[in-house]
Design a protein around this ligand. Structure first.
Ligand SMILES: Nc1ncnc2c1ncn2[C@@H]1O[C@H](COP(=O)(O)OP(=O)(O)OP(=O)(O)O)[C@@H](O)[C@H]1O
Ligand SMILES: [Mg+2]
Length: 277
């Protein structure tokens, strides 16, 4: 099989018209891959994505061909999927304000050109979820772009469809997670186009790498949240005085590895209601 892309977290192989997406146990913070893996992370991301793809299928078709028909060595962490022409937009929906969205709001009062009310703070819930797309930069960090910029890049019809799908998927995800005591603060989706032009949901979906998950009973606007996602590793890394967020990344100590793994497992178990074996 031909390796077509080695990303920060996943390897992508081509097999005929299909791709095999293999999720590793790597973790990246600030776009730097850390040298220490988080055991089970890749399988958890893959299994959780599969769970969501199925539950979103009435909203949008997805790229999954098979989770079983993959090389045995990658069983559980790989998905055979349709090879799509990816749309060059990171489709982000935000229901709560934090991270880069909050930074942008504090600068401009807007995120991706969407005006937000005054007086919002760390972890505030937004009046309604908003679509805050970013570029999908091949090099360097992604940047916020306005809806109009998306429309002029890929056409107004496609932009409209991406916004609608992103908000519907986020809303379904947030409602589902809320019933299980988890706030999904925001999420990033990627879509591609099938040969017949259909817009298809691709990549990973509503995982702790692509989303922010907070325990609902601990949600307190005005302060950083206790997060069940990758933010936990970012927070730990930001306590390191001597790391400037450029490669090479720092080795993760055992207790942080274990606490991170526990969070990924907790996300999986609470959301799906199944125990992680
Ligand atoms: N069905 C699909 N068809 C084509 N490409 C896909 C499909 N699903 C996901 N991808 C792409 O596969 C790659 C997955 O790799 P990964 O998530 O590790 O990359 P990344 O670290 O996020 O980003 P980068 O590509 O910048 O390294 C992404 O570039 C994603 O856009
Ligand atoms: Mg990715």
């Amino acid at each position: 099989m031909e390796l077509v892309h080695s990303g920060k977290v996943r390897e992508v192989y081509a097999d005929g018209d299909d791709l095999i997406l293999v999720a590793s146990d790597r973790v990246s913070v600030y776009d730097v891959v850390l040298p220490t893996p988080i055991p089970d992370k890749g399988r958890i991301l893959t299994q959780l994505s599969l769970w969501w793809f199925e539950r979103l299928a009435d909203i949008v078709p997805n790229h999954v061909v098979s989770a079983a028909d993959v090389p045995a060595e990658w069983a559980g962490r790989a998905i055979r999927c349709r090879r799509l022409e990816m749309l060059p937009v990171e489709c982000i929906a935000r229901g709560y304000l934090t991270g880069l969205g909050l930074q942008e709001y504090r600068k401009n009062g807007t995120v991706s050109g969407v005006a937000l009310p005054d007086g919002l703070t760390e972890a505030s819930q937004l009046p309604e979820p908003v679509f805050t797309p970013t570029t999908k930069a091949a090099e360097g960090h992604d940047e916020f772009i306005t809806y109009d910029e998306v429309a002029s890049g890929i056409g107004a019809d496609t932009a409209d469809r991406l916004r609608e799908l992103t908000l519907r998927i986020y809303s379904r995800g947030a409602e589902t997670a809320a019933e299980r005591g988890i706030v999904i603060a925001d999420t990033k989706l990627e879509f591609g186009r099938a040969p017949d032009g259909t817009i298809v949901l691709a990549d990973e979906v509503l995982t702790p790498d692509s989303s922010r998950f907070w325990p609902a009973d601990q949600w307190r606007p005005g302060q950083p949240q206790n997060s069940l996602d990758k933010q936990f590793v970012r927070d730990w890394s930001s306590t390191l005085a001597d790391w400037d967020r450029t490669p090479p990344g720092p080795r993760i100590p055992d207790d942080i590895v274990e606490a991170t793994r526990a969070r990924y497992v907790e996300c999986y178990e609470r959301i799906t209601g199944e125990s992680w074996r």
